[in-house]
Design a protein around this ligand. Sequence first.
Ligand code: FAE
Length: 547
Amino acid sequence: MSPPVGQDRPVEGMSRRHLIAGTGSVLSGVLLAGHASATHARPAPVAAPFDAGAHVPALVVGTGYGGCVAALRLARAGVDVHMAEMGMAWDTPGPDGKTFANTTEPDHRSFWLRTRTKQPLSNFLGFPLDKDVPRYTGILDAEEFGGITVYQGRGVGGGSLVNGGMAVTPRRENFPAVLPTVDAGEMYDVYYPRANAGLGVATVDQGWWESAACYQYARVGRKHAERSGFPFVFVPNVYDWDYMEQEAAGTVPRSALEGEVLFGNNHGKKSLQKTYLARALATGRVSVSPLHKVTSVAPAVGGGYRVLIDQLDTTGVTTATKTVTADKVFFAAGSVGTSKLLTRLKATGVLPALNAEIGKGWGDNGNVMCGRANHMWDATGCLQSAMPTAGIDNWAAGGVFAEVAPLPTGIESYASFYLSITKNPHRAAFTWNAAAGRVDLDWRTAWKQPSIDAARTIFDRINAKEGTIYRTDLFGAYKIWGDHLTYHPLGGAVLDRATDNHGRLHGYRGLYVIDGALIPGNASVNPFVTITALAERNIERIIAEDL
Ligand code: FAE
């Protein structure tokens, strides 16, 4: 049966890929053939570096969710697209035969240009986990601002390379607070279904889940939630569940069951390289330049934009600076990347007509982490799948959606671990610090307190009911709350404020924002499905009206 109009076929049908590489600034394409599972096929190589001086109809800055949606839809509308990505292609195995490092053994591939790791969970059983690593353009950026560390994916595929794959559509009743100027009817009838199909979202087989050793931690999480009267929900994911069942049966190489998540999955996960981006490349109209960082976008004499791009080597050193011109530029560098670029370009007079909303409305999606120490009879399992399947949805009553998260240490830890998304009202702004030559973010650590208070409404009650306590060994010496970070940066170029209601930047024709920067700080759940659906909505309008 054909998929509905505008909707993609499920990704499971996409298979072995063969690259047809063009030369120069264009074009690479991909043939789809055969019936092997998409999720353990290697992603297509994508490198097709920009030629200095090239002209491109559409330039996309970044290759995350927003960028890949834009590239696919523009290409299918007949527009040639070039994507610049500051991170690596992640399509070539290292000396160990693997493309990605394991979470428990970070190496040079793991972190973006750091000489010491910065693990989100800094300690375990009281011991610090961080260690020295060679400086390299690794996959996870722990970007440090004054009051918060913002974790982001770096590479072709953006955050889809490193994230937990939790693919959550917000409850419809919560949507007006997430994106107040967007028609919820359209989103829930058209764009969320389109995004979910395009991403290959599916829910774990609950029969298998009930007895799978690797989800004992989630079943313990369910038991504790339900005994305290909290609503437990299954959460969809983009991991290939058939593949995971085969991992559990021992018939394929392990990935989620080997603890792979933060630094990439060697198998199983339907990252953007295997879904939207593969389809974009298959049009023959899209090319990608990895290790190319956009540093400036300025109006060009005679129309369009003059874009400056630094080509990086794997130590982060600029080896060439290229100038290309583009008719249209789509900012898809992620909430932080897009906000930082636009804030600097406005403040330094390169794009002075951008409005005063640039850099504002940034939030952390209310992220806060904690662990609970269970009794010996509530073991959570030595083998834990790194892909979450479950949550406690107490948004309506307490403003918390808590992911029952894995702690895949390989040993029995008797710990339940949670990443809570909370209704935190604080919003920060990016500003240009001329003296230091950088963009600052004015978030304060104390602003996490509402998130902690909200999370406590769940976990204090569970602890009281179960007779358990919080873990104090995961985020430092005697520290209960992981309140120093976010995985979910949102905002900075908010829809219908910095842009019109479809992402067109005020002040300039042909400049668009199409990523998480559009969402004003909170999505009520994990954000990538909403980022994808909003991008689908906006690009459809832009193609219809602007091209
Ligand atoms: P994003 O995916 O961040 O892509 C932006 C891309 O632009 C990146 O590849 C950058 O390297 C690149 N870039 C930045 N600046 C430049 C520049 N100047 N020039 C060229 N390229 C540039 O943006 N979300 C969920 O919904 N479910 C989850 O389970 C989940 N788990 C997560 C776990 C971790 C550890 C992390 C870090 C994030 C997680 N997220 C999760 C968040 C999710 O990945 C994130 O919201 C999206 O990736 C954001 O999508 P964007 O398109 O905004």
